[in-house]
Ligand binder design. Structure first.
Ligand SMILES: NC(=O)c1ccc[n+]([C@@H]2O[C@H](COP(=O)([O-])OP(=O)(O)OC[C@H]3O[C@@H](n4cnc5c(N)ncnc54)[C@H](OP(=O)(O)O)[C@@H]3O)[C@@H](O)[C@H]2O)c1
Length: 197
């Protein structure tokens, strides 16, 4: 697949490396001119192609949002129409927000298929993925399937947790946040969280 990673900070380059290692074509974008991330890309994710966010998204089969949530409004929503978008973001610092980040993302990116994943795993625990459970929440079964396939490719064990609104259970404040565990532990915790909500 062609994967566009938006964000070249802590999370973006790790996901870019994992995707490249799995044989995907990867583009990566920061907030500015691609030349600004050329060196860091060459160093941290050699093989990924630095691009502007709009160019990266235009050609992508899968887009990963690995940017701070408060920077999300800077992205032009129209360019995501029809795209499968992985929201790896969190309200950070943790905030008592009425909606999960992915519900906010889906409300703004009309026409995109938003799936929440990878936000609950610290970047240091992403590589190697080592078969760790990765919670996946989404309203579009096709998009959830595609993201699950991608997660499997890069070494995680995708665990569906429900619709997009259930993605809140993966966010800061939930016992699932920060969990880097195998499927049995993750599923036990997930059941507990659902019972308590
Ligand atoms: N850190 C973790 O362990 C972790 C784990 C899971 C999920 N997350 C979530 O993942 C997201 C990224 O976290 P991080 O720690 O990687 O953040 P970070 O180190 O601060 O990096 C943020 C990156 O996003 C880029 N960016 C900002 N606005 C952008 C835009 N409009 N278009 C494209 N790129 C843009 C920044 O580029 P510029 O330098 O050009 O501004 C920077 O490369 C956050 O929402 C966080 O909650 C973090």
């Amino acid at each position: 697949m062609k994967i566009a990673v938006l964000g070249a900070g802590h999370v973006g380059p790790v996901l870019a490396r994992l995707a490249l290692a799995a044989g995907h074509t990867v583009t990566i974008a920061g907030s500015g001119d691609p030349s600004r991330i050329a060196m860091i890309t060459e160093f941290l994710a050699p093989g990924a192609v630095p691009m502007s966010a709009s160019d990266a998204v235009a050609d992508a089969d899968l887009v990963v949002l690995a940017i701070p949530q408060h920077r999300f409004p800077a992205l032009e929503p129209g360019m995501f129409a029809g795209k499968v978008v992985v929201d790896a973001m969190n309200h950070w610092p943790p905030a008592a927000a009425p909606l999960g980040t992915s519900e906010e993302v889906a409300a703004r990116l009309v026409g995109a298929h938003v799936v929440k994943a990878l936000n609950h795993i610290a970047y240091q625990d992403m590589e190697p993925a080592g078969g760790r459970a990765a919670g996946v929440a989404g309203d579009s079964p096709g998009a959830v399937r595609l993201v699950a396939e991608f997660l499997r490719d890069i070494g995680f064990d995708p665990v569906p947790v429900g619709p997009l609104a259930a993605g809140r259970h993966l966010e800061p404040g939930s016992p699932l946040f920060g969990v880097a565990a195998g499927r049995p532990d993750f599923e036990n915790l997930s059941t507990l969280v659902k019972e308590q909500s």
